[in-house]
Ligand binder design. Structure first.
Ligand code: PGA
Length: 245
């Protein structure tokens, strides 16, 4: 894993966005794997600013999101479909029918997982996946203990994850208890992965990632088995850790 140290959140977001922009310009038909939550917000605002200023085009880009809450429809402001539209898709020239987010309100969520996995296979996989990390090491919504062989599936969210995400809802009770997530094997099929780590709150997770063995108890550790991972971490997350980049 290659590690890039950024000064702060803003710098981390800019470095990641510049990297993505360069990839989109090189390969206009790139298939991007996207993430939600607090971490990638700054990347998306940089992509929008660049699109407006420099005209980087997303006309031929296809995107696949990592996850979605079960029970929230795309017009619910807390759904990840809404987040993506609001924070990125509505502000660039991407074709909405080339943007895929698992659907959390279909009758049969298990079937939705299978269809999502089939869709990824049909598109021959993701070229560049953006990832955040949970304080407990989750990637996507793959909580500790998830099989490294997992494909897109329905998960029960860990209490700590619901707690961490409650900041986006008006109360903890409103945070859904289940989600659809790409599995760990699904994520690992991406040709390249960018992992963003920001803030003191992620320091312990980053330390564990860099120092512990590959183990299903700490999902992000699987990334050590991937041939092309770049971690971009800010000072608050990486300070004091011994890193060999
Ligand atoms: P965050 O979430 O970006 O909101 O911190 C990351 C994650 O839980 O994967």
């Amino acid at each position: 894993m290659k590690i890039i140290e950024a000064t702060d959140y803003k710098d981390m977001s800019k470095i990641a966005a510049d990297y993505i922009i360069q990839k989109v310009n090189q390969s206009p038909k790139i298939k991007l794997g996207l993430a939600t939550g607090g971490t990638p917000m700054g990347i998306y605002s940089n992509l929008i600013a660049d699109h407006k200023k420099n005209g980087t085009s997303y006309q031929a880009v296809t995107t696949f999101n990592l996850d979605e809450y079960v029970g929230l429809s795309g017009d619910n402001p807390n759904s990840y479909r809404y987040y993506m539209n609001d924070n990125l898709f509505n502000h660039i020239d991407i074709q909405k029918n080339n943007t895929f987010v698992p659907r959390g309100t279909v009758g049969d969520v298990v079937k939705e997982c299978e269809s999502y996995e089939d869709l990824l296979t049909k598109h021959k996989g993701i070229d560049l996946q953006i990832l955040g990390i949970g304080a407990n090491g989750h990637i996507g919504f793959n909580e500790p203990g998830t099989s490294f062989h997992s494909q897109t599936h329905v998960v029960q969210l860990a209490p700590s994850t619901r707690q961490a995400n409650a900041r986006f809802f008006s109360s903890l009770e409103e945070v859904p208890t289940k989600a659809i997530t790409m599995g760990i094997a699904t994520i690992m099929k991406s040709k390249e992965i960018l992992l963003l780590v920001s803030g003191e709150v992620k320091k312990e997770a980053l330390k564990r990632l860099l120092t512990e063995n590959v183990d299903e108890k700490f999902p992000a550790s699987v990334l050590k088995n991937h041939p092309c991972v770049t971690i971009i971490a800010d000072k608050a997350a990486i300070a004091g850790l011994k890193v060999h980049s």
